[in-house]
Design a protein around this ligand. Sequence first.
Ligand code: ZN
Length: 664
Amino acid sequence: MSKQKKNKSSANNTTADTIITNAHIATMDDSKPFVSAVAIKDGIFIAIGSNEEIMAYKSDMDTDIIDANGRTIIPGLNDSHIHIIRGGLNYNMELRWDGVPSLAESIKRVREQAKRTPQPQWIRVVGGWSEFQFNDERRMPTINEIEQAADDTPAFILHLYHCSILNKAAIRAAGYNKDTPNPPDAEIERDSSGNYNNLTGLITAKPAATILYQTLAKGPKLSYDDQINSTRHFMYELNRFGVTSAIDAGGGFQNFPDDYKVIADLAKQGLLTVRIAYNLFTQRPKKELEDFTNWIKMVKPGDGDDFYRMNGAGEMLVFSAADYENTLEPRPDLAETMESELKEVVKLLVQNRWPFRIHATYDESITRFLNVFEEVNKEIPFIGLRWFLDHAETISEYNIERVHALGGGIAIQDRLAFQGEHFIERYGKEVAERSPPIRKIIEMGVPLGAGTDATRVSTYNPWVSLYWLVTGKTVGGTILRSDKNRVNRMGALRLYTIGSAWFSNEENKKGSIEVGKLADLVVLSDDYFSVPEEQIKHIESILTIVGGKVVYTDATSEFKDLAPSSLPSITPKWSPVATYGGYTNSSEVPKTYPSIPGSSSSSVKSHNSTTNLKTNTTTETQSEKIPTQYPSSNKFDQAAADIARVSNKSNKIWSSCCDEYFTF
Ligand SMILES: [Zn+2]
């Protein structure tokens, strides 16, 4: 690797700021799927091509040259559903079990952290793990184990969307006792045998997780300065895994505008290293219309810039539409008032041309949401307005077609990589096989984005999600989806880049390495296209570039000299992240150095055969497929729906469907 930089004096239009050569670059551009080099100027790709072609953009005076040593480069990853803003405010306070390979190690960290944590702070393990990832004992910790490990330090352990374990100190700190009433749709477990104040420490969502988050919110918050520090470290952690863009889904207890001050201040100072498009999430049951009416006066979609921009409403539009995601409990039926409440809000949003997203786990809820959307569309046509469903694990083919007709998209996440075993137990293997119906969504030409829903159920590590997309397996190794409903590596990467970009209306700006697009890219530790499938979840970035600037380098790699000026050290000092970091990548896989493309034709060939790129699939196959899958007596108003879809010109990226996603 060489780096040459001299003073900027003779820049002209064809001179690059940075050139990256000798790489195996997956562009996501069908006309040039792989190239060896790129040139970047002013944060934008100005050329892509062969080493020789790109070296023409070099100026002796002005150009940094990065030799990629034959490594694989991909466009920056884009998580289309993550609670990054809330996650950032809390990151430094949380003890993460993400990726920790054993229960013994997880409990040991609680014990160590208890000694480190000053009063009145808590130990918080807030999602990102599943008992099936533990290779010693595939189970949750017991209340007693947490009690003994944490002793007098309040400890709160959140398990999926399902329950939390509190030790006695946490019960006390939360102000709960035997007289605390059970909240609706949840249980604060009581112990008749005289345990602490008659509460056992187990709180279970049945199925509403509100009480779990309310309890968590009773712990102290970080100071403003620590929240700034925490958010920066969380972005850096995401950069470590190659995430350069995120679409924030709001979240409970994430109030606008108060809880957005930290991220907005960082954006103002130019300190974001992940591009964030954010959606606004109502916090007030029965006052949702009032919230959105107020917000429409304050901000509008598109406000901001390429680093921090407003993206519309959701994922909560009205509380009566919340169907949760708790696969350990039966699916809830939504209240009868849902339709009228949702209609008012959606009407307001469409009237004001606010894109929206809505949390929707189950097909039964989705049917009712679509009834509302179709009604609104008849009164005020959506006409190209961006809207989408989040999650949609059990959506039916019929409802996918209704989404398509209304010009909507679907953002999926690897929640079942964490809850899959419980899902199979409740709904059976056959339902798990088609959940979510990735293949159907792609075949029907509906925009599909990938992501995690981190940080409270899944981990934020995108490689766990890519692994789940490609293998169909949970983090515990259980096979959920067969080949019929998996995507190949290139397909998964497309969903995680150009696919997700549609969801913030930015597919013309990012998601692929093409001339004119934002220069966001990732040099990978290992060759994603050829490592054994099991290793996909252990891949990391070794060099992440956002807008032409280096935001992350692996300190052990050949790029360490390019490291950005280091972040301030983690605060507060007792932060578990300072000791354990974020995701525990337990891979012992050596970082590979693939041969330089071109120097060995067999290496290039093997990439192509792995991913089986096809660029000339005809659209006839597609147009034959869709209508034949549905009865002619479609219940929805196809004519009205077609108007909604017609002016949505966004589907260029979906039109070349579909074989290239499914050839292994
Ligand atoms: Zn959700």
